[in-house]
Design a binder for this molecule. Sequence first.
Ligand code: NAI
Ligand code: MG
Length: 328
Amino acid sequence: MKRVVVAPGDGIGPEVIPPALDVLRFFHPDWEYIPVYLGYECWKRTGDALSAKTLDVLKKADLILFGAITTPPDPKYHSVVLRIRKELDLYANLRPVFGNGFDILIVRENTEGLYSGIEWQEKDRACTLRVVSEAGSRRIARFASACAKKRRRHLTIGNKANVMKSDAYFLEICMDEAEKAGISIDKKYIDSLVLDVLQHPSRYDVIVTTNIFGDILSDAAAYLEGGLGMLPSANIGKSQALFEPVHGSAPDIAGKGVANPIAAIRCVSLLLKYNGEKPLATEIERAIQKTITDGIKTPDLGGTASTEEVGRAVLQNLVNVKKETVDQ
Ligand code: NAI
Ligand code: MG
């Protein structure tokens, strides 16, 4: 029995989370599901984007299924996603990207770097502090090395150590942890790495990098899978994990019922894998692939199906797989 907190959030979040939740409930009807209200709409209505009470509920969750949040560039508004990652100390952000002939795992440091949240405004300039700590770097380097050890035993370290001292520091720590883990490494400057991942995705396995570089790299890598509607992510801490699509609240398509729910459904795959239920994650992936080959696709993938239609098709394919297994 697990306590799952469900936070749909803003924009397309409340559109893509219900089909994802249907899939999770299909496998675990007996788990406890607790909905919470947070985000920009919540801020507009209540003056608080993330109340102390909601934060407390999140802190008591085993697992969190999260949609997306709108973050307006308003200096009075602080990003809810960043706050949750920090408050719950969800230090590892995993973003798998896989397809024909490639299987990449982007491991992004999730609590510091340029998203440290330490910023201030002066008379004629605004400053954001890029914090790269030894503890923060070591734990993400260890995490990435452990992932690499279970895969192709190779780690790519995305960095900009040629320009920034903070990245030279990060790189050194990653190399040290990789050596301890007995895996090989290569170092790549993040700008050329982004291009190379797109041109030669099969060359990569686990990539570790700092917060903002991982954010940019994973959005760009979504190109390999057909766009942002496809990529899930896991935010992992010591004893809790939060799963959210890589995409944001997509205000340009919100309310139209055409958002691609696959990224959100794949979050459920990651959640189940994290919970030690890899075979179920594989079933979901098969159901998604079947839905796509059947041509049931939202407009971002060139189809005409709605969010609900894709969600229903994935669920139906899961039910069919179960039936076949029982019939055999
Ligand atoms: P976005 O990811 O929301 O949208 C970028 C483009 O991709 C848009 O054209 C959108 O229509 C498309 N797209 C995204 N998800 C899609 C899906 N499931 N199906 C079909 N098309 C999809 O990024 P954008 O526009 O930069 O940001 C919008 C808002 O989301 C901002 O307020 C931003 O701060 C927030 N955001 C929140 C994130 C989070 O909650 N973790 C992450 C990224 C952005
Ligand atoms: Mg992003």
